[in-house]
Design a protein around this ligand. Structure first.
Ligand SMILES: Cc1cc2nc3c(=O)[nH]c(=O)nc-3n(C[C@H](O)[C@H](O)[C@H](O)COP(=O)(O)OP(=O)(O)OC[C@H]3O[C@@H](n4cnc5c(N)ncnc54)[C@H](O)[C@@H]3O)c2cc1C
Length: 534
């Protein structure tokens, strides 16, 4: 039924082959035990066939049985998204609210029939891409009569490429690597690389307004979307392909970030580009976080538009790039298919040096056209490896709580914003975690402000993870929103970020969204509880 070559792991990010072995988990537990001075043991992973679920509360009609399944494996692997605490529940065999059935439509007709069935019967319908939501976006609500998860994995083709305008018509269920593999023979690329790229889909990116690897300029998937096609319970909603338009409110802006509450995105025209061959990279060390951030502002406001402009605070630079712990690290990267990048990277380094940044001339790496990556060595390479190797599941269940929160704020409120957030979150961390760490980097930067990404970790009693996490998460949300930031820059709202989103958006916008939802989804079957209550 499913198009994916491999089964998704039910307790960690990625696929079964991404799961760490018990030997690797034991080794991680030993390292952690040595660090914290007490012995911790990895819990066993339940066998998928031993997991007991409540019986499905629906019967699949014969006409849909070719692509709708109620097997335990399907229901287990679609119960949770990608947040570490829901994956921890899965590891512990807790599946209180699995979907009653999982659909894998292979055509728009099959999708239409599935959604019509849900609408007729009043079943909750949950659009599902790669299941990497970290904001509780793909879960079955506890009060659902019955729920059907609609996995788009069989809608996974590049349908058309317009090489003249450089855009592609791409189905929503395409995973990042499959998309890039399909475009490569044409010398084209989307170059939208969220950290979850291997496991997330085009439809998921558009539905959540994901943020990719471009640190400046085209930061969100929004910037690549030319048009969208979405099935709602009331029918099709398709926008016109246009390079730009000032014709009133944009239909695509209603789809972008709709998080499966209005309809199921089946395909999009996305703007493509030629693959880069010119690159320039530099890792600049700063004596302080504040001076490094000032350099970032100056580079962003010089409008050089580097592909990478990520500054790591001293704690993060130590942890993930091997620096001493006293210095911040700024990673600058430029790329282009057509234009040599030497002068751009040198211009950015000049600005960085004028703010106290240190880099030897021969550490500025320039590749003028061979297409070789330049950022794979030294501290820059160490950080890249830490970013890509997310160590999925290695420490799950050991009492090590680790999570992130991310935001964006205008420069006029930085660095006071940072100080306030660290102060308030620091108090919560001291209350809730043992040996807590808090660090920050910028994932994206705009001429008018940065998108800071905070990571925290520390030990909690095994079994108290959710309660302790809640203390820190609430403090982080309150601090970020009270200090004028956004509750999320690119992780979406889902159910998790609703309180923060409600606090920051106009109240009337909530009413407008509810009215829009009632128009296209009158029975409120699509993702109830995500963004709003129906
Ligand atoms: C390790 C890790 C790293 C991450 N890094 C990043 C990052 O760098 N940048 C970033 O932006 N996010 C990141 N995320 C979050 C997540 O990957 C993104 O939100 C991503 O866009 C979700 O895509 P998906 O295909 O997995 O969607 P899912 O998780 O399946 O769904 C996400 C939401 O969109 C809805 N949805 C999915 N497909 C459709 C569709 N076709 N039509 C309508 N609604 C749909 C779902 O109902 C759900 O509400 C990360 C997550 C993990 C686990």
């Amino acid at each position: 039924m499913t198009a994916r070559a491999e089964r998704r792991s039910f307790w960690t990010w990625g696929y079964v082959s991404d799961e760490p072995s018990i030997a690797e988990r034991r080794a991680a537990a030993e390292r952690l035990s040595a660090r914290i001075g007490e012995s911790v043991e990895p819990p066993p992973v339940p066998a998928i066939d031993d997991i007991v679920l409540q019986s499905p509360r629906l019967e699949v009609p014969d006409s849909l049985s070719g692509w709708v399944s109620t097997t335990t494996a399907e229901r287990v692997t679609h119960t949770y998204g990608g947040h570490s605490l829901e994956l921890l529940k899965a590891l512990r065999g807790e599946f209180d609210h699995p979907p009653d059935a999982v659909a894998h439509p292979a055509s728009e007709d099959e999708l239409d029939a599935t959604l019509a069935w849900c609408d007729r019967e009043g079943y909750v319908a949950i659009p599902y891409g790669g299941g990497t939501s970290v904001v509780w976006g793909v879960n079955v609500p506890g009060d659902a009569n019955a729920a059907v998860t609609i996995d788009l994995d069989n809608l996974n083709t590049v349908l058309e490429v317009d090489e003249v305008s450089r855009a592609g018509r791409i189905q929503a269920g395409m995973l990042g690597p499959d998309l890039e593999a399909a475009l490569k023979p044409l010398g084209l690329t989307l170059r939208h690389f969220p950290q979850s790229f291997p496991w997330s889909t085009v439809g998921g990116w558009v539905a959540t307004r994901s943020g990719g690897h471009y640190a400046t300029n085209h930061t969100h998937i929004d910037d690549f979307v030319e048009s969208t096609r979405m099935l709602t319970p009331r029918g099709w909603f398709e926008s016109r392909r246009l390079p730009g338009s000032g014709a009133g409110p944009s239909p695509d802006r209603l789809v972008l970030g709709s998080e499966g509450t209005l309809g199921i995105i089946t395909e999009c025209w996305l703007r493509l580009q030629k693959r880069p061959v010119y690159r320039g990279t530099a890792g600049v060390v700063f004596p302080s976080w504040v001076s490094g951030c000032e350099a970032v502002r100056a580079i962003a406001q010089a409008k050089l538009w580097p592909a990478n402009l990520r500054i790591l605070d001293p704690s993060e630079a130590e942890f993930s790039a091997g620096l001493s712990g006293d210095h911040a690290l700024l990673i600058i990267g430029f790329e282009s298919a057509d234009i040599p990048q030497g002068s751009n990277v040198r211009a950015a380094v000049r600005i960085a040096r004028s703010h106290g940044g240190v880099i030897e001339d021969d550490a500025i790496l320039i590749d003028d056209g061979t297409g070789q990556a330049t950022g794979r060595g030294g501290a820059v390479g160490a950080w890249r490896n830490a970013f890509i190797g997310v160590n999925a599941g290695l420490t799950a269940g050991l009492g090590l709580l680790a999570d992130t929160f991310e935001t964006a704020i205008t420069w006029d409120r930085w660095p006071d914003f940072d100080a306030e957030v660290r102060e308030r979150v620091g108090v919560a961390l001291r209350d809730a975690l043992r040996g807590a760490r808090l660090s920050c980097r910028f994932t994206h930067v705009y001429p008018d402000g940065p998108a800071p990404y905070y990571s925290f970790s520390g030990m909690v009693p095994v079994g108290a993870e959710m309660e302790r996490w809640r203390v820190v998460k609430d403090a982080a949300t309150d601090a970020v929103v009270a200090a004028g930031g956004t509750v999320t820059h690119h992780h979406a709202v889902g159910r998790m970020h609703r309180p923060g989103w409600e606090a920051q958006r106009p109240a009337l916008f909530g009413d407008l969204w509810r009215a829009a939802k009632r128009c296209v989804d009158p029975n409120g079957i699509l993702n109830p509880g995500v963004l709003i209550d129906p």
